[in-house]
Design a binder for this molecule. Sequence first.
Ligand code: UGA
Length: 423
Amino acid sequence: MKISIVGGGYVGLVTGTCFAQLGHDVIIIEINAEKVRAINNGKPPIYEIGLETLLNQHAGKNLHASTGFDTIASADIVFICVGTPPKPDGSADLSYLESASSSIGTALKNNSSYCCVVVKSTVPPGTTEKIVRPCVLKTSGKTENEIGFAMNPEFLREGRAVEDFMHPDRIIIGSNDSRAGKQVALVYQGISAPVIDTGLSAAEMIKYTSNAFLATKISFSNEIGNICKHLGIDVYEVMKGVGYDPRIGSLFLNAGAGFGGSCFPKDVSALISLAKKAGENPVLLQSVLSVNEQQPHRMVALLEEKIGSISGKRIAVLGLAFKDNTDDIRDSCAIPVIRELLQNGAQISAYDPMAISNMQQIFPEIEYCPCAADALAGADGCLVMTEWPEFSRLDKEFDLMAHRIIIEGRRILACKGTDGICW
Ligand code: UGA
């Protein structure tokens, strides 16, 4: 099939590249000309395991990137993968989606065959029906017999996105007309997963609910972990025992510094905003965020408990990315921790295998080191903020510290003598 992907960010690029791997002809439309050049040269502008290999195989063959929308005119299916960042009140900013819809409609004026427009961006329930559909139909001058609409949320984890795309738990296809739904199902041929057909708004809500539930599992584990810490109990032993119950499940029960990234904080906030607009008081969701916001402060408080005032002390921060296997620092728990350490007068030496250049944009004033040992040398304390597997091998490097005080925000170290935030 001829597929156009609007938006060449994490979701659009991975989705487009994986569709090319499935044998489709893919065009990624991206306004950033530098990204377009990189994609066409087979160089992903982001780090994602397995992506570069696939992009190299398909770029210039059955995958192209372009800044113009004109190629949409011959598409069988168009996926909208633009960002829906949070507005100051937490609600989703739909301006990129609106502008993409209008450009798609204008380009589809010249399409002579049926085309299906699919929203993949995370959007509030009702968006595909009430915003995308009328906008595309108006700007294209076409009828619903000529253009179909569907909502197909993504469940890709950063750092594991290619694997998640090729082996999904489920494929959700929301549509209010069966032709559009069938068109979406066709592009996934070759992928083995249950296909769940729903209405448009239900598909939109499934995405928010999935992320909110996962975030809830993490905040719940963190709250139990905070209690366990006082009681001298290892929360990881507790959650292991709890997770055997299939009604609960063993995944996403890892207590620690809290969740970050471009999805959980934003999506829970958007759901809260939606609930409030509907006249509800979403106390549980609000608590999920407040537990999460407290965890980074607990890291600093625990450090102060161990070493006293941190003013003038050298503190090593290991891990800057919001999780392992990515260079992404959006809403990383390391950010509030570094901010608080700086406010309290600490000198920071930081190390991350991938995310240093991104963190330099936010905190140019701190020292960045090429390896963990350099960051630890002479430090009075160390905070472990990201679950990078390479940290599990650290041990004698901690002997380089002036005082071997190690606070773990992620359960990743194998060595003895550490203090976990919740264990
Ligand atoms: C998340 C979801 O897992 C994906 O299914 C979804 O598609 C994606 O958001 C999205 O909406 O696009 P992602 O943000 O890439 O994916 O990362 P996760 O692996 O879910 O981790 C999020 C955060 O939770 C990280 O900071 C991680 O360290 C933290 N986490 C995760 C915990 O603190 N404890 C856990 O048990 C698991």
